[in-house]
Design a protein around this ligand. Structure first.
Ligand SMILES: C[S@@+](CC[C@H](N)C(=O)[O-])C[C@H]1O[C@@H](n2cnc3c(N)ncnc32)[C@H](O)[C@@H]1O
Length: 257
């Protein structure tokens, strides 16, 4: 299976027509989603409120589907992949970690289990998915690890202390974010990142025109995001070892310059 399709422009009419001809069974679902998203965008003009409403609707099909996993096996595998990657890159139990857009703890419960008590912070714009996160935590019997789970309305981290986190992580969050949201995050993450810390984020990569689909999925060129990180005084590099994994997104690591 080809995991990364970096040449496609999913917003182009020719792509949509070709996709519909190859997958006619998906047309009704797409039209329903497009209609719903148009209605939600009219009700919620700013992106964060819009995406929070998308999550609220998607959770009706179950929290695992809402974070993008079509089966429980895939939900488990995606969490394991994130966990194994960070541990192989040096995440240690005494480290403090911030998981931006933690969802229902697909990977988070593994980090919580691994890190010392109180060292995991999960934030998300969706209160509904944070309720599901608490359910995951209880199901895994991890109450004694006392993780922090907090709803947020922006990515300025104003309530978090300076230089606190060795690892900041955002998996499959910027793939749902317009550039101004990513810009805000990169402008503020340096303040809360420890001197030897790193910020890993995944993104949907295109090597063609940058585009979005229904303002739910955003596709960026690597250079756009590394330049944005550098504009905010961070050093950014493309993580080529992540490319070998069976995942549709790519990964960038930002550190203090
Ligand atoms: C595809 S899910 C991934 C969840 C989790 N990172 C994982 O891998 O299982 C994206 C999550 O990011 C959250 N999210 C989207 N935009 C966000 C933002 N600007 N700030 C914080 N959370 C955000 C969504 O509510 C959702 O829970």
């Amino acid at each position: 299976m080809q995991w990364k399709k970096v040449a496609a422009d999913r917003s182009a009419l020719s792509h949509k027509v070709g996709y519909a001809l190859r997958n006619p069974g998906r047309i009704p679902g797409y039209l329903k989603r497009a209609g719903r998203d148009t209605w939600l965008r009219l009700r919620h003009p700013d992106h964060i409120s819009y995406y929070r409403a998308v999550m609220r609707h998607d959770i009706a099909d179950g929290p695992e589907a809402a974070v993008g996993s079509t089966t429980h096996e895939r939900w488990l595998a995606l969490g394991q992949m994130q966990f194994d990657y960070l541990v192989s890159h040096g995440l240690k139990p005494p480290d403090r970690m911030l998981d931006i857009g933690c969802g229902n703890l697909r990977a988070g419960w593994r980090f919580i289990d691994y890190l010392d008590p109180g060292n995991y912070y999960g934030i998300d714009i969706s209160p509904d998915i944070l309720i599901a996160a608490e359910e995951t935590l209880a199901r895994q019997g991890l109450q004694a690890k006392l993780p922090h789970l907090a709803p947020v309305r922006d990515l300025r981290f104003a309530f978090l202390p300076d230089a606190h986190f060795r690892v900041v992580h955002a998996h499959s969050v910027f793939s749902h974010s317009p550039l101004e949201v990513i810009d805000e995050c990169l402008a503020h993450v340096g303040r809360i990142l420890a001197a030897d810390g790193w910020f890993d984020f995944t993104f949907d990569r295109t090597e063609g025109k940058e585009h979005h689909v229904l303002r739910e999925d955003f596709y960026y060129r690597t250079g756009t995001l590394t330049a944005l990180a550098e504009k905010h005084g961070l050093k950014a590099r493309f993580m080529s070892d992540w490319e070998r994994l069976p995942h549709g997104q790519s990964k960038i690591r930002a550190t203090h310059a």
